[in-house]
Design a protein. Structure first.
Length: 145
């Protein structure tokens, strides 16, 4: 059997479609970043929120200069429309036991879906990261608009 096509999530911002792996590839080439995850979440008000989560290399701080470096890398390596709305430092990126990033489950957690409806923690390499992203989603929904 031969499978053709993408296995990563597709982002659709302003009508431009791009695979999330294209952004991951650009960002993960930066020596300051060990891993990245970008998601595109439709919001209840019709908006579209596209955060980039990054795991930093040892001794690196996510400051304004690094944020600008990441944005410029995405702007030139992918497209200006795919520069994220926010760049957020996280302790790690959750994966399946086979190593695939949990893009869709993270998106659903950030949109407010309960953990038990999104993913089986036993199927995740670091279940504590699932709770971390669920908390991020709760915190974001509590922010005033």
């Amino acid at each position: 059997m031969i499978v053709h096509g993408r296995s990563d999530s597709t982002l659709n911002r302003n009508g431009v479609r791009l695979g999330s792996a294209d952004i991951h590839d650009v960002v993960e080439r930066l020596p300051e970043i060990t891993e990245a995850l970008v998601i595109g979440a439709e919001e209840p008000d019709g908006g579209y929120w596209m955060p980039l989560f990054v795991v930093l290399a040892d001794g690196v701080t996510l400051d304004d200069a690094l944020r600008e470096k990441i944005k410029e890398a995405i702007r030139t390596g992918a497209s200006p429309r795919h520069v994220p709305d926010e760049i957020i430092e996280v302790p790690g990126i959750p994966h399946t036991r086979t190593g695939k990033k949990l893009e869709v489950p993270v998106k659903r957690l950030l949109q407010g879906a309960p953990v038990e409806q999104v993913v089986n923690p036993a199927a995740v390499d670091a279940p504590d990261l699932i709770d971390h992203f669920a908390r991020l989603g709760t915190e974001r929904r509590r922010r005033p608009a």
